[in-house]
Design a protein around this ligand. Structure first.
Ligand SMILES: Cc1cc2nc3c(=O)[nH]c(=O)nc-3n(C[C@H](O)[C@H](O)[C@H](O)COP(=O)(O)OP(=O)(O)OC[C@H]3O[C@@H](n4cnc5c(N)ncnc54)[C@H](O)[C@@H]3O)c2cc1C
Length: 391
């Protein structure tokens, strides 16, 4: 079945109150859930799902003038869209979130020419990503004598989407012609133009296999000045750097909603929905999912309306921490509800368990929570005043 056929056979959306984009995302998430067991068993890049997103126009949906224009106040809706993609398939959500993040970095730090070129690439179906994580053999960018282009040395790990991502943003330490370090510099590598050594053996994970987060060696790549994005250290400018955590939190929450829906389906199937303990657990999951959505709405609004960078970062740190807890609670409640028989493949619970447990491991969770505490300890306003002023 082609992606177009799958799209055309998906049930029409009932969510008539929400925007057409979210209605499409909801339909697609249902199609992805139907595909999920086969995709999981295959273990490779989720081609069918990514084709669906591309055909639906989601590769370009955040570009200027499009439905979720990233230059406008659309963050809360974008978070709902990311949540729905995650609800369909967490690996797809991981890869797609990287694409959205890369386009935002281009908007924030790209020259007019870079924006023009790379936005056109996104419209033409190029998949973007952001590959920042590295081990000891990380990326160094050595500028040429003219100080224009650069030669790459080193590798990135956790490259979600692997070589299917044809336009990854790859940051590394920039060295000037004198060899001196100039800071953390973003670059854009054209992966469709070169074949690079890919270490697939790196990706033998507990879950999220379909994100194909391989290790890739970029050594020897020669980049033009046009492929260097922004100035050194702009990648880590706040609130964009830490504030972006609300996007992966949204994808995470999609899995919590999938757990809730699947638990209800399972209990209906086995005729256990009248049991008071089961009802109580489902009630707790529903409260948790609603809470997660309130976090997304709040942080989305703050992101678009507040000028206070520290407040946006604190809100993002709280959101990702709260939603991680919500997801862990939902995993545990769902598993208690469905028992061992529910955890047998191809029932969705084992898949959701391994994928979500793996994907919840995001950078520096302890430091994130500590920063939330530090933020409030640094303030003089009472909590109520602070909340009102932030918004
Ligand atoms: C499915 C998946 C896909 C991914 N895709 C991408 C991608 O496309 N691009 C990308 O750039 N990255 C990607 N990543 C990497 C991700 O962004 C994180 O960097 C990574 O998951 C963090 O790894 P970790 O849990 O080992 O982190 P760590 O930071 O090592 O955290 C592990 C624990 O150690 C603690 N800790 C951290 N630092 C210290 C310290 N200095 N001292 C003491 N304790 C410490 C943490 O709080 C935590 O409790 C992906 C990760 C996953 C799981």
């Amino acid at each position: 079945m082609t992606a177009t056929q799958i799209l055309s056979t998906s049930a029409p959306s009932r969510t008539c109150q929400i925007s057409a984009s979210l209605a499409t995302a909801y339909d697609l998430s249902n199609v992805m859930r139907e595909l999920a067991a086969a995709t999981y068993a295959d273990g490779g890049f989720p081609h069918r799902e990514m084709d669906l997103l591309q055909e639906a126009g989601f590769f370009a949906i955040t570009l200027p003038g499009e439905a979720l224009d990233m230059t406008g106040p659309n963050t809360a809706t974008l978070l709902q869209l990311l949540k729905l993609v995650g609800r369909g398939n967490l690996s797809v959500g991981r890869i797609y979130e990287g694409h959205v993040n890369a386009l935002l970095l281009l908007h924030l730090y790209g020259t007019p020419r870079q924006r023009q070129t790379y936005y056109a690439d996104a419209r033409a179906g190029h998949l973007f990503g952001v590959w920042n994580t590295e081990m000891r053999d990380g990326v160094h960018l050595h500028q040429d004598e003219a100080g224009d282009g650069a030669r790459v040395q080193g590798s990135k790990s956790f490259c979600s989407g692997s070589t299917q991502v044809t336009r990854p943003i790859v940051p590394g330490v920039l060295h000037g012609p004198d060899g001196e370090s100039r800071g953390w510099q973003m670059s854009i590598v054209h992966l469709d133009e070169h074949e690079l050594p890919v270490d697939e053996s790196f990706w033998s994970p507990l879950g999220m296999r379909n994100s194909v987060s391989h290790k890739i060696d970029f050594s020897g790549q020669q980049l033009t000045g046009h492929q260097l994005l922004g100035k050194p250290d702009e990648y880590e400018i706040q609130p964009h750097f830490s504030g972006g955590a609300i996007r992966f939190a949204a994808v995470h929450l999609g899995a919590a909603e999938a757990l809730l829906d699947e638990t209800r389906n399972f209990l209906r199937k086995v005729g256990r929905e009248d049991d008071p303990y089961q009802r109580t657990r489902v009630g707790q999951m529903a409260i948790a999912c609603e809470t997660g959505n309130l976090w997304l709405d709040r942080s989305g609004q703050l992101n678009d309306n507040s000028k206070d960078s520290d407040a946006i970062v604190a809100s993002a740190n709280m959101t990702r921490t709260a939603i991680a807890e919500i997801c862990l609670d939902c995993l545990q409640l769902a598993e208690r509800s469905v028992g061992a028989r529910g955890l047998l493949h191809p029932s969705p619970f084992a898949r959701l368990h391994t994928d979500l447990s793996m994907y919840l491991r995001q950078p520096a969770p302890d430091a994130t929570l500590e920063m939330v505490g530090q933020y409030y300890l640094n303030q003089h306003d009472d909590f109520h005043q602070l909340r009102t002023h932030e918004a």
